[in-house]
Design a protein around this ligand. Sequence first.
Ligand SMILES: [Zn+2]
Length: 405
Amino acid sequence: MADCLICGSELSPFMTFGKMPVANGFLAPDQFAFEAFYELPVGFCAECKMVQLTELVEPDKMFHDNYAFYSSTSAAMAKHFEEFADLVREKYLGPNPFVVEIGSNDGIMLRHFAKVGIQHLGIEPSANVAAEACKRGVETICEFFDENLARRIVAQHGQADAFLGANVMCHIPTIHSVVAGVALLLKPKGVLIFEDPYLGDIIEKTSYDQIYDEHAFYFCVTSLDYLFAQHGLEIVDVIPQKTHGGSMRYIVAHKGAWPVSAAVAAQRAKEQALGLGKASTYEKFRAKVEKSRDDLMALLRKLKSDGKRVVGYGATSKSTTVMNYCGITPDLVEFVSDTTPIKQGKFTPGSHIPVKPHEEFASQPPDYALLFAWNHAAEIKAKESAFVTGGGRWIVYVPRVEIQS
Ligand SMILES: [Zn+2]
């Protein structure tokens, strides 16, 4: 049994993925012997309805000076953040605005405020990406956000119009301190706008690869209602997003400060229909995840016995769950193609499959490409049309295992 990180009730995991390495821990062969593994169990709190990891990896094992994820490497994500920033500027800023972003990475979103001279502050605990943001003219401090930091920011800069977070709130086990900090930091009409992978999409699509060490929580409106109410805040709008295979953007304000959009009640009703507040939903999800694993491994073994070459596409953090949970080995997947220089020449965590530059994929196209970056499927398939016209085929596993052209 573990204690719920939101309400303190006891909860048991509804499934575990077994021993996992750090999801973003791409490594060199001389590091294989020292690789650490952690259990990855996930639970549902019947009391406050939050889905969460029930054992956590220490943050400094995951987010450190060599953190390998730079937001600005995807063109589609760059465009997404530009639109996110536009929405904030158009709808949510008062006079003399001040915008704060948690987990601001290399400044992919805040640069849109910096370039028009809006007062801003990025908070980014990974030193290497924080340094990159500063180089680009985005004011950034290298710290973890909590109530104490919120007080210091208010003392130095005043309260904020908007507190932004993209794919970061769900990473923070000490979320109560973050939300308490947000409540202190926001002006009376200030808003918290954040987005994270949406639990409803994970359940509907069986996208279990969203579950990995960095994601302490799997949010939906139903569970967030409880969390924000503890801090005098409420969700005033929700906007579904296509990013990360299905995300939700939540707009949160001091209770009563903004009218509540009808979209919020509509989303609650959808969640009730999906059963997100019921333990039985997660038992069914576990059975679907097991079937997905069995189908994928049966396909990969058949392709191997037919003498086909299979290469992975996209050395994502998400793929670490799939490779280690399913038991994908280098004899089934020859290498993983990735355009991120920091990952090339390294090996995938746990499964130790070599990561090679995209040129290797293009020069020796395999028979099948296992699409680990399935959330970018449209962008990738458009870019790789020559792979398919040359006879190559895609293997996808969300929402089900299948071969696609
Ligand atoms: Zn709870």
